[in-house]
Design a binder for this molecule. Structure first.
Ligand SMILES: [Ca+2]
Ligand SMILES: [Ca+2]
Length: 274
């Protein structure tokens, strides 16, 4: 008799108690200015608002992860009672907006100008890159970036935003305008594009060269068959010591990096930038 009473109490306990808050949903990504340059730590504050107002804010901070500069842990609630556990907790699938505040100026990123995204599942995470500025024609390229390309050569056939298409290769260097925007290279200069060159292979080590741009994160992928690609650790030291999976550009410079290739002469490399 005693045992069954104890069992009943144990089963009843979770129902009688208040519901605990659900784990956070993490929103993370990179905040870029209207020229596509990632912001630096301390440049701005990222503020997320839900249907009932501000929910959470956090600083732009490049230490949150490689190639990232913001992460917000959004309080969520499992909605198992009619009351949220805090006034600012959000329910999964709630619409939200993010503002980015620089000094006294508040910006609504391009990604927030159309249909609003909704919060993902509890304990999950969602990558959401935020670009400041205005994108009048909705093609993913900020007006300011497009205008630089339009103004560069008054005699070319680019006269309005509608003439600048993300998939076009305006300077004929093999990279689309959108790719040049992402890489931070000049879309009006055919000598400037994202390139990875194999300079030398000696004693199982290959020396590769590429140009870095501040704020961009670079990764190298390698393949033996041109089909399966894997992350290729690389080092800035000729010995290959302290190889890492990625590198954050801190200046415009031509950089030599070293990767171990062993005996193989048939390794292909490609460079990723974000
Ligand atoms: Ca645009
Ligand atoms: Ca170019």
């Amino acid at each position: 008799m005693k045992i069954s009473l104890l069992l009943l109490m144990t089963l009843a306990a979770p129902i009688a108690k208040a519901f605990p808050p659900a784990p956070h949903h993490t929103l993370y990504g990179v905040v870029k200015n209207e020229q596509g340059m990632p912001l630096s730590s301390g440049d701005a504050i990222v503020i997320l608002s839900g249907p009932d107002g501000e929910v959470i804010r956090g600083p732009v901070d490049t230490s949150v992860g490689s190639g990232l500069n913001y992460a917000l842990r959004v309080p969520t609630d499992g909605a198992r009672t009619s009351k949220l556990y805090t006034a600012t907790a959000m329910l999964p699938a709630s619409p939200f907006t993010i503002r980015v505040v620089i000094g006294n100026q508040s910006y609504l990123p391009i990604q927030m100008q159309g249909a609003l995204p909704v919060l993902g599942e509890i304990a999950g995470s969602t990558r959401l890159n935020l670009t400041l500025g205005v994108d009048s024609d909705g093609d993913g390229l900020p007006d300011s970036w497009e205008k630089d390309l339009i103004d560069f050569d008054p005699n070319d056939d680019l006269g309005s935003l509608a003439d600048v298409k993300p998939g076009d290769d305006s300077d004929g260097d093999g990279m689309s305008n959108l790719s040049e925007y992402i890489a931070g290279t000049y879309a009006f200069d055919r000598s400037d594009s994202l390139k990875l060159e194999v300079k030398k292979i000696t004693e199982g080590m290959a020396r590769l060269e590429f140009v870095t741009i501040p704020g961009r994160t670079y990764r190298i992928k390698s393949s033996r068959d041109f089909e399966t690609w894997q992350d290729q650790p690389f080092s800035t030291q000729a010995t290959g010591k302290d190889a890492a999976a990625h590198l954050l550009g801190d200046q415009v410079t031509s950089l030599n990096v070293y990767v171990e290739v062993g005996e193989s002469r048939d390794t292909f490399f490609k460079l990723h930038v974000e």
